[in-house]
Design a protein around this ligand. Structure first.
Ligand SMILES: [Fe+2]
Ligand SMILES: [Fe+2]
Length: 482
């Protein structure tokens, strides 16, 4: 009998939510399962379904030892339903119900809001798997190939996590949403995924690293905000997802860093000190720093759109209701109601940027976005240390928050990466210098040649400092079966 710590591995679906004792939900999930496997085979990693991949699988929810590593064929991965252990006596941490016992069932008045939040979160999980499905063919090493697949199977598990909540707590409506989560397709003209950044292509491995650094980090922020929820099953689900999410961000953070390392190393070996001598640097078969900057500009701006409008009644309502909190709400010291508080919002008003104090409740999307930007800066700072150590005069940076935006205050304007407002003609002319253009894409694509020999790495990326699960450098992370 699962007690919230131990996992029941006897049935089709590993879980710590007592599926064995809940015939209705077990049946619903077992009915959903074949469609999921079909989706995985159709839309999951292309060409590697028979290969043995050295993957971690969650076997518990104790932070000290929750995973085991072994070779698995991806379609046989144990996608389980795992919630962080219940905290006895937990109360709703914010909003107008603050201090009341956390809800174990969906409160009727917030049903629609919760269903929407869970569905949107759920939709991002399979979307990223779809976006990344062709990358296996061009992996720069077996180590990277394995990391890609680890991220993919865990995004699959995150879909399970949300589908469990839909089936368990939302009846027929939940079942319909769960079906649709398998029916939408990233980038599809008629049935796209719900959010913009999840319909963009991930055409190459630098994009993949940028995506896991920037866009998975949006996922982390959303999960952090939902982990504070007064709806306890959602909170517990998100808390466990965050333990897995940390690895996804590691893949992105260390991935970009290894690209930067290789570039500056090649420049040093060739005595190139000018980071803008792009032709000479590309002749070395590495990715020049200005192009890496362009990728940052693209992925950062696309991801900022995921936070929604800076000023949002929906965000205010979700907070007030006790459904979606702030980043680390439990660590913040204020009244957790925000009825009288204000928050500064950068707005675009008739051709100028102005900072306005607005009611803090309505600025919660922006607040989460600001916390996100802080989180991103720490990664960029680490990358810059590598460049500085190599003695190269170049600094990577996040572009201005108004740059290349499609949602919110800055959707209607163009700016350069420093936030200077540009008219349409100037923007059109400057765009290619700020975002990856066709030449950049063609160059990066030319580098995307698979390397599948144990312990070998493509020439545009440095090896990692350490193996996964302390494995040696020449470990066979994927046994490829064509
Ligand atoms: Fe996820
Ligand atoms: Fe993720």
């Amino acid at each position: 009998m699962p007690d919230g710590i131990n996992i029941d591995y006897d049935g089709l679906i590993p879980n710590n939510v007592d599926l064995a004792g809940d015939a209705r939900v077990r049946k619903a999930l077992e009915t959903w399962h074949p469609g999921y496997i079909d989706w995985w085979k159709d839309m999951g990693p292309e060409g590697f379904q028979e290969s043995l991949v050295y993957l971690r699988t969650a076997i518990g929810v104790d932070p000290k030892g929750w995973a085991k590593f072994d070779y698995v064929k991806m379609p046989d991965y144990k996608w389980g339903i795992l919630l962080a252990p219940k905290v006895e006596g937990r109360t709703i941490p914010f909003g107008k119900h603050k201090g009341e016992p956390a809800w174990q069932e969906v409160p009727g008045e917030y049903r629609a809001m919760l269903r929407r939040l869970i569905t949107v979160q759920g939709d991002t999980e399979p979307a990223s798997v779809e976006q990344q499905r062709h990358l296996g063919a061009t992996a720069p090493s077996l180590y990277d190939l394995r990391n890609l697949f680890q991220v993919n199977v865990e995004e699959g598990r995150h879909l399970w996590a949300m589908v469990y909540l839909l089936h368990k707590y939302f009846g027929n409506d939940g079942r319909e949403e769960a079906e649709e989560l398998l029916a939408r397709r990233s980038g599809h003209q008629d049935t796209p995924r719900m959010l913009g950044a999840f319909n963009e292509a991930t055409p190459d491995w630098l994009s993949f690293f940028m995506f896991t650094f920037f866009t998975d980090r949006d996922g982390k922020m959303q999960l952090e905000a939902l982990a504070q929820s007064g709806f306890d099953p959602l909170s517990r689900t998100c808390r466990f997802m965050l333990t897995e999410e940390a690895h996804h961000m590691f893949v992105g953070d260390s991935g970009v860093q290894r690209v930067v390392e290789r570039t500056v190393e090649a420049m040093r070996d060739a005595d190139i000190t000018d980071p803008h001598d792009i032709a000479a640097i590309r002749a070395l078969g590495v990715i020049d720093l200005p192009t890496i900057q362009k990728k940052i500009n693209l992925h950062f701006s696309l991801t900022l759109d995921l936070f929604g409008n800076e000023i949002s009644t929906n965000a205010a309502n979700a907070f007030n209701a006790g459904i979606k909190g702030r980043y680390r709400e439990d660590k913040l010291e204020d009244d957790h109601a925000l009825l009288d508080a204000t928050y500064p919002v950068l707005r675009h008003v008739s051709g100028q940027f102005v900072t306005e104090e607005v009611p803090a409740l309505s600025a919660l999307n922006l607040r989460l976005r600001n916390d996100y930007v802080q989180d991103c800066i720490s990664g960029v700072t680490r990358w810059n240390r590598v460049i500085e150590k190599a003695g190269i005069g170049f600094k990577l940076a996040l572009p201005h928050v108004a740059f290349n935006r499609a949602i919110g205050e800055f959707a209607g304007i163009h700016t350069d990466i420093d936030g200077n407002i540009l008219d349409e003609a100037v923007w059109q002319a400057a765009r290619d210098g700020m975002l990856p253009n066709d030449d950049d894409a063609a160059y990066i694509t030319s580098l995307m040649v698979p390397v599948t020999e144990n312990g070998k790495f493509a020439g545009w990326i440095a090896p990692p400092k350490m193996g996964i699960d302390n494995k040696p450098g020449d470990f066979e992370y994927v046994q490829i079966v064509a």
